[in-house]
Design a binder for this molecule. Structure first.
Ligand SMILES: NC(=O)c1ccc[n+]([C@@H]2O[C@H](COP(=O)([O-])OP(=O)(O)OC[C@H]3O[C@@H](n4cnc5c(N)ncnc54)[C@H](OP(=O)(O)O)[C@@H]3O)[C@@H](O)[C@H]2O)c1
Length: 275
């Protein structure tokens, strides 16, 4: 039986592959991995000796129909061109670069393509993975990819046009949320006797509890706010400050990230149109 191939074992690749293995979505003897720096694969091979390590990407492509490409955005084209001669007609490429359009990839590979935006929160089997498939991917092949990512996250199938805002809301969001709450904790230290460590601890535990209320109790943002911010109380005054300041900040955030997406997309268009 053909193996499932993974090219690129960096921050995302290692998290996703170990997630698939530890959730039993894949068995070690079903997969083959290739990474530019072979020494990075030492630990996973030690933990799962049945995993096959490919000598190079060409060797991997020769053994696989489903090929996950987890290299940096700018290296995807080079990898596909490298393995092109070994890819079968039935090959299915799955890649994780947000700004790289399926149209770009189709200019170098005319087969089945899926685009996935994973999330660092999959390290704790949480968060959302965004997925879309091109029209050559049939239902069974799409389900295979969706099921794998469902084993480490919640999958949301979206239109490719929504990937920019979608990846801000999911993939970039852990960093945005961390920044917001770091600022919150730092400001509390300036106004109290708490040290940073204590303030961080209180904020993180409260953040976790808030997420559980919203998620597990299916509580809406509005209901949660109204339960805490009693009329005429202290929280209500704090909420007014946030209502006043935050919309402008988030409008600016989306403008900045969407401009950056456009810039990267146009650089990638140049890279792919050089063919
Ligand atoms: N970080 C996130 O939260 C996040 C979220 C969603 C999507 N993404 C996307 O995920 C992709 C990967 O990001 P990352 O943070 O995992 O990058 P990374 O840590 O730099 O990992 C990339 C890996 O690919 C390997 N590689 C590069 N060229 C190769 C080649 N020709 N053949 C085989 N292996 C090769 C690298 O090998 P070496 O070991 O030699 O460097 C490295 O291990 C990017 O497109 C990024 O935009 C990231």
């Amino acid at each position: 039986m053909a193996k499932i191939g993974f090219i690129g074992y960096g921050s995302m690749g290692s998290m996703i592959i170990t997630g698939f293995l530890s959730s039993n979505a894949l068995k070690p003897d079903e997969i083959i991995i290739s990474n530019r720096t072979k020494s990075k694969l030492y630990n996973i091979k030690k933990e799962y000796p049945e995993i096959e390590i490919a000598e190079n990407n060409l060797f991997l492509a020769d053994e696989c129909e489903k090929i996950f490409i987890f290299v940096g955005t700018n290296a995807v084209k080079e990898v596909i061109e490298d393995i092109h001669t070994k890819i079968s007609d039935k090959a299915h490429i799955i890649y994780i670069a947000a700004a790289l359009t399926i149209e770009n990839v189709e200019s170098v590979f005319q087969g089945k393509i899926s685009k996935v935006i994973p999330n660092l929160t999959s390290e704790v089997s949480e968060g959302v993975s965004l997925i879309c498939h091109n029209e050559k991917v049939n239902e069974i092949e799409a389900e295979f990819v969706n099921k794998l990512f469902n084993s480490i996250s919640t999958v949301k199938i979206i239109e490719e046009d929504d990937f920019e805002v979608g990846s801000d809301l999911t993939s970039c969001a852990p960093a945005f949320i961390a920044e917001i709450f770091m600022e919150f904790a730092e400001a509390s230290v300036k106004n109290s006797n708490f040290n940073q460590e204590d303030a961080n601890d209180m904020v993180i535990k409260t953040l976790y509890g808030t997420a559980k209320l919203l998620h597990d109790k299916n509580m809406s943002f509005e209901e949660l706010i109204s339960r805490v911010a009693t009329k005429g109380g202290i929280t209500e005054d704090g909420i007014k400050v946030l209502e006043n300041k935050l919309p402008g900040t988030f409008d600016e955030l989306f403008k900045t990230t969407l401009d950056k997406h456009e810039q990267i997309k146009s650089e990638l268009n140049c890279q792919y149109n050089k063919n």
